[in-house]
Design a protein around this ligand. Sequence first.
Ligand code: HEC
Ligand code: HEC
Ligand code: HEC
Length: 340
Amino acid sequence: MAAAAALAPVAGLLIAWLGIIHVGATGGHWAVTEWFLHWTMRSSVRTAALGIKKPSGFESAKHLKVTAVHFQMSCAECHGSPDRRRSPEMLAMLPPPPDLRDTVGNWKDEELFVIVRDGLRYTGMPAWPGAGRDDEVWAMVAFLKELQTMSPARYKELSGAKDTESGDTLSGCLACHEQGIEGNDPIAPVIAGQSNAYLAEALRAYRKGSRESGFMEVVVSRLKDADIDATAGHFARKDGLLSATPRARSGDERTLSLVQTGDPVKKIAACQACHDGRNPLYPLLSGQSRTFLIEQILLFKQDLRGDSPTARLMSRAVRHLTVEDVARLADYYASQPLAR
Ligand code: HEC
Ligand code: HEC
Ligand code: HEC
């Protein structure tokens, strides 16, 4: 028995070396293998989902526009969409990616979150490219739930199929970064009107992976160096931020003092010392959406928005803000029209 136990691994290696194990995707798995793999997958996802906490109000699917465009660019190829059937190559994968409209209902929200964030090993299902961006993954889960009943016409309208498939880089950007607060999805910032230097720097940061966003990483992977400079230049010459938001509100006393003088006792720097001024590497804030501003400040606070010298500067400036102060400042900047 000892000899047999010692030989078993050698025999295993020998069989693998001889090349008689079939690794092709043709013919599918035996029924029992298929059952076992799916059972293992479901159990693993179920266990991983136990520690996940759903953010409150995520069901309201506020980010349908950005998530639909992303689905069209990154998921529909494999899973199909209300507007497009799965292609024969994708159906020949092992396992084939399912039509998600049929399967989303089999999973709890937390389980969908785990699948979209971590992907599925040995199946071809990719993990979320923006590491640490749980907020983006939740937005995708909310979209998947809407997808179940979405009509082809509605899907087409949201995913901007004509913009993203026209092959024109700029109209692809506009599918998510459309002008004006009304048309804008609140997680996609207004980019028109930011400086050329800041826009180009941000795009390079997404490309290097030093700034994490699954949405933008997919977009920039398709841009050449020249495209980065050209698109940054294009949006810098427009005045999106300048024309947005007519409803200026002045902040309360605490907000204004944070903006203008900061809070020296708590080591919070004055926002206005850097922002909405003349340094082209410091982004303009006035007129951005509240949702976007809050998310970005929280990322900086947790040191999750990149490791460039400018990001570190900003992280230090806001490290000691309380959650209430973050909400205050976001409200304030979201309501300000920009003075150039
Ligand atoms: C390269 C092809 C591919 C891409 C791209 C892809 N998936 Fe998948 N996906 C798969 C495969 C394969 C499975 C596994 C099917 C199985 O285990 O039976 C899967 C499974 C899933 C499941 C679990 C469904 C189920 O019931 O098994 C979800 C949810 C999912 N994908 C969502 C997404 C989302 C959202 C995107 C885009 C961000 C995406 N996928 C991109 C191939 C892909
Ligand atoms: C799928 C939707 C989508 C598309 C398409 C898209 N973006 Fe974005 N973009 C986003 C989201 C969402 C963010 C916020 C990401 C984050 O949290 O860092 C963003 C952020 C940015 C930023 C950072 C701005 C800032 O103030 O920090 C720049 C610059 C940008 N996008 C440029 C572009 C350009 C140029 C294109 C076209 C080539 C484009 N985007 C296409 C969704 C998109
Ligand atoms: C010392 C200068 C400095 C101070 C002070 C500062 N910031 Fe920043 N902030 C920056 C820089 C630089 C960036 C861009 C960092 C990067 O992308 O690498 C930034 C980025 C941001 C962003 C992301 C904007 C976008 O379009 O992506 C927000 C939101 C923000 N700051 C809010 C604030 C608030 C609110 C305050 C005041 C409490 C503040 N900042 C104080 C330098 C500063």
